[in-house]
Design a protein around this ligand. Structure first.
Ligand code: HEC
Length: 145
């Protein structure tokens, strides 16, 4: 009887100490290395699935309105020529720019620089991150060189 009443607070103290330790080590962990070339981490994007459907991407490029402002080879239109964009930018940056151009021109230096040159803000085109972005990316990737 005496023992069990002493053991309970002891177990509690150990548990609390362990929980505390867990928290502490979490706090002292080095933050995940953030690459500024990926764009601002607080512009949240999902994991982008891989796609090789270039043809679907080409169709989306027209149906989503991208081709009204972008050429892929042949120079600037309203926005930059997207020929080689997958070589000059990281995939996550491109995904952030396609999904959230409004946030990018507020928070990302590169996007801000593009806005200065092109003097038009790319509008949000409501690209579906799961169903459309992978194919659009595959299309752009096929024009990397
Ligand atoms: C109304 C014109 C317009 C439309 C429509 C548009 N964009 Fe843009 N886009 C721009 C402009 C202008 C920029 C440069 C950044 C800025 O000024 O906002 C840009 C930048 C980009 C960039 C970065 C280019 C670089 O050189 O880094 C990518 C990638 C891009 N657009 C893809 C797309 C895709 C894909 C679509 C269709 C879903 C699309 N854009 C629709 C105007 C447009």
């Amino acid at each position: 009887m005496m023992h069990s009443t002493r053991i309970v607070p002891f177990v509690l103290a150990v548990t609390l100490a362990l929980v505390g330790c867990g928290k502490k080590s979490e706090g002292t962990q080095a933050p995940a290395a953030l690459d500024p070339a990926d764009g601002p981490a607080d512009i949240v994007i999902p994991e982008i699935a891989a796609s090789t459907d270039i043809e679907a991407g080409q169709k989306l490029f027209a149906s989503k309105g991208c081709s009204a402002c972008h050429k892929v080879g042949g120079g600037k239109l309203v926005g930059p020529d997207l020929q080689g964009v997958t070589a000059r930018r990281k995939p996550k940056w491109i995904a952030r720019m396609i999904l959230h151009p409004d946030q990018m021109i507020q928070k990302d230096e590169t996007a801000r620089g593009l806005l200065k040159v092109h003097m038009t803000a790319m509008p949000v085109q409501n690209v579906d991150a799961a169903a459309e972005l992978p194919a659009l990316f595959a299309f752009l990737k096929s024009h990397e060189q």
